[in-house]
Design a protein around this ligand. Structure first.
Ligand SMILES: *Cc1c(COP(=O)(O)O)cnc(C)c1O
Length: 392
């Protein structure tokens, strides 16, 4: 698909040359599995005339997810944000809950939407995950819980956070939206803390178009969440709990089942691309690829690079150069949740406590990955970066 060779600045689209790609390369382009398997399931749904309300597709989807992750319960939901909100409510969190600022804003919104104050703790810049020392410093008498985020699918420091939670009588849960297919100490993410919350949004490594789930080994918590996602109904006419509508529909579960069969292939392609990126970017000054923990499994969905002060051009100039070539690289989470209006209004000075989050937010670029990306494209992207960052 790359239609030109890039040898000098004159070859760059930002300087007026035609773009390297005639079709845009997107970050988070959906991974779509076996189309016929999906359509067959959609026909089954239409034949059954059972479109939603805990239908057979959703039940099978929950069974397969729970089995794959080695966890007792999977409660499927309409999206990851509602799944977070229901998990937070079922755990009875209130007052203040500690979260990273360096995450997608839904982690904070799921608390604030329910009148709970998200308190932002700083991250370890080497892993982009919560720093447990910073979490300790943010505990107050009003703290009731911690939400760890497994950012980029890399596990948060689960044991350290659990030790803090136990010591202070706090509930620990995880936003595992990036971590389907990841492990911690060799065990699948999905079983840690009180519960873990997945998003199966179209842009995630594994998707149900829109969707999410909470996984847990706690029977009572799973029961409470099943009630909450269906208005508190227990059988016909019997409402025993306050609730909301958080149900996953049958078509989404069908998409999930079709994509689940192909998920290991998606991981293999992502892993291959990730190591191609690793080699390609090695010689470029001031640009470092964030590595994955080689001891753990990961979907390798996110290709995260950091641009530091030794790079001759700025992070934003690199993004502009890539966009001109039709490579739609993204900043991600910029400028951090604590800088977004609702939270900046709440705590105007939090940035003082989040030096690593702010530094990382100013350095990151996420590059395209997935089945639509191949080694030739990565090599073109490398040439664009090499020429763009070459002085004079
Ligand atoms: C995607 C995402 C969510 C929200 O999930 P939706 O399914 O889009 O509602 C929450 N947290 C993180 C870290 C995410 O990346």
């Amino acid at each position: 698909m790359a239609s030109k060779t890039i040898r000098s600045k004159a070859d760059l689209a930002i300087n007026g040359a035609p773009p390297a790609f005639d079709q845009p390369l997107h970050v988070g382009r959906p991974n779509i599995g076996d189309r016929d398997a999906f359509l067959q399931r959609v026909n089954q749904i239409l034949d059954n005339q059972w479109l939603t309300n805990n239908g057979p597709m959703v039940q099978e989807f929950e069974r397969q997810i729970a089995e794959r992750l080695g966890v007792k319960h999977c409660v499927a939901m309409c999206n990851g944000t509602i799944a977070l909100e229901i998990a937070i409510r079922a755990l009875g969190l209130s007052g203040e809950v500690i979260v990273p600022s360096w995450t997608f804003v839904a982690t904070a919104h799921a608390l604030y939407w329910q009148g709970i104050t998200p308190v932002f703790a700083d991250i370890d810049p080497a892993t982009h995950n919560l720093d447990s020392g910073a979490v300790r410093r943010m505990i107050t008498p009003r703290t009731t819980g911690i939400i760890g985020v497994h950012l980029w699918g890399r596990a948060a420091p689960v044991d350290e956070l659990q030790a803090i939670a136990d010591e202070h009588g706090l509930k620990l849960m995880f936003d595992a939206a990036h971590a389907f297919g990841s492990t911690y100490h060799g065990q699948s993410i999905g079983r840690f803390g009180e519960c873990e919350v997945f998003s199966f949004h179209a842009t995630k490594a594994f998707n149900t178009m829109e969707g999410g789930a909470v996984t847990t080994n706690d029977d009572r918590l799973a029961d409470a969440m099943r009630l909450m996602r269906n208005f508190g109904f227990k059988g016909y006419d019997n409402v025993i709990h306050p609730g909301i509508n958080g149900k996953m529909i049958e078509v989404c579960a069908a998409m999930g089942l079709a994509n689940l069969s192909g998920f290991d292939e998606v991981i293999a392609i992502n892993r291959r691309n990730h190591s191609a990126y690793h080699e390609a970017l090695a010689g470029i000054p001031g640009i470092t690829l964030l590595g994955y923990d080689p001891a753990e499994r990961n979907s390798h969905h996110y290709v995260v690079v950091e641009v530091d002060e030794t790079c001759p051009i700025s992070r934003d100039a690199i993004i502009a150069a890539l966009h001109a070539e039709n490579i739609l690289a993204r900043k991600y989470f910029w400028p951090g949740c604590h800088m977004m209006k609702p939270y900046r209004d709440l705590f105007p000075h939090t940035g003082l406590l989040l030096p690593h989050s702010e530094a990382v937010a100013s350095r990151v670029i996420v590059l395209p990955n997935g089945g639509a990306i191949n080694e030739a494209m990565i090599s073109t992207l490398r040439d664009i970066l090499a020429v763009s960052t070459h002085e004079a």
